[in-house]
Design a protein around this ligand. Structure first.
Ligand code: UDP
Ligand code: MG
Length: 322
């Protein structure tokens, strides 16, 4: 029987926990009966100070497949997710929020797609009615920027952590040596066949969002920084522009001077000199950025390519390992 791990990070979620587990008990019981899979829930208490842990321990008496991992302090959603994933034993894992914004009834269709051979099943929000206009617009812009910056990796729009990944994708993600892990970034990096289910994201059932504007910006910046080193080399482009501007304007000034045209040569000379030397500085800053980017990629130590399958030639020996 296949096992599916559900990983759910919780930070001060006492008001919503009862609602969450009541819903999950029903949904998982139903999915188990229909699909013949087993579930385990790994709830990660991310240093809550509101009795979340007590409630979780209480629920363990009711739900046999519930494990509780309690962290030593508040680490943040992404570290909590990865701590939970490291404990997952399933053939597939689903990460979800506990505020019922990620609809539990999607778990069954996710499993159905996984059984059809998809390694990644995303839930894409088609309507973000529950979000403010501002959040919707900035989110759209953000995914567009992320995709522009990320070279060949494709980031699906409007997909958060609520997704199913197969064991092979999970193993890859956990094996990546980088410590500052960004779940959506890593899933996208792994590739494989993925399917996007469509959902309507609901309002938070109870309690309040842990993400204020500042935390959202931090997550966005972390996401870009762990995904792309392109911003590091932006200085190069600016540098070349200013260098060219400085050089061309110096030549133009010289020509005008030789033609005997009256101008404030001191002022224009200073300006073009300034542009020229700023250009040189920026070019070297950009070069430093490129090497820094290379060093960063090395440190992350990600596999340079990931095999999905290998179909050996007829003449390859059977039993040969490579
Ligand atoms: N969360 C966490 N640690 C944190 C912040 C959030 O484990 O430091 C969890 C939180 O309990 C919830 C999920 O991450 O299960 C998403 O948080 P939230 O619903 O507040 O974010 P939003 O949906 O508003 O973006
Ligand atoms: Mg939420």
């Amino acid at each position: 029987m296949k096992l599916v791990s559900i990983v759910v990070p919780m930070y001060n979620e006492a008001p919503v926990i009862d609602n969450y587990f009541r819903t999950m008990r029903e949904v998982l019981g139903d999915a188990s009966a229909k699909k013949g899979v087993r579930f385990e829930i790994i709830a990660v208490n991310d240093g809550s100070g509101d009795g979340t842990l007590d409630k979780l321990r209480q629920w363990q008496k009711e739900i046999n497949c519930l494990s509780v991992l309690s962290l030593s302090r508040n680490f943040g959603q992404e570290p909590a997710v990865f701590a939970g994933l490291e404990r997952a034993r399933g053939d597939a894992a689903i990460v979800m929020d506990c505020d019922l914004q990620d609809p539990p009834e999607m778990i069954l269709p996710m499993i159905e797609k996984w059984e059809k051979g998809y390694d990644v099943v995303n839930c894409r929000r088609v309507s973000r009615k529950s979000d403010t206009r501002f959040k919707r617009d900035t989110a759209g812009l953000y995914y567009a920027i992320l995709n522009k910056l990320s070279h060949k990796v494709k980031y699906p729009h409007n997909v958060n952590n609520f997704r199913l990944v197969s064991r092979r994708v999970l193993d890859l993600i956990l094996a990546m040596p980088e410590k500052q892990k960004f779940y959506r970034g890593l899933v996208a990096y792994c590739g494989f066949k993925s399917y996007d289910l469509e959902i309507e994201r609901k309002q938070r059932a109870e309690g309040e969002s842990k993400y204020n504007f500042k935390a959202m910006v931090r997550l966005a910046v972390d996401g870009i920084a762990s995904t792309s080193t392109k911003p590091l080399s932006w200085a190069l482009g600016f540098g070349i522009f200013f260098l060219g501007l400085g050089a061309l304007s110096s030549i133009a000034l010289l020509v005008l001077y030789l033609l005997g045209i009256g101008l404030n040569y001191t002022l224009f000379g200073i300006l073009s000199g300034l542009s020229f030397f700023t250009g040189i500085l920026l070019v070297f800053l950009g070069i430093v950025g490129i090497y820094l980017g290379k060093a960063f990629e090395e440190i992350k130590g990600r596999p340079f390519a990931i095999e999905e399958a290998f179909y050996p030639a007829k003449e390859r020996q059977e039993g040969e390992s490579r």
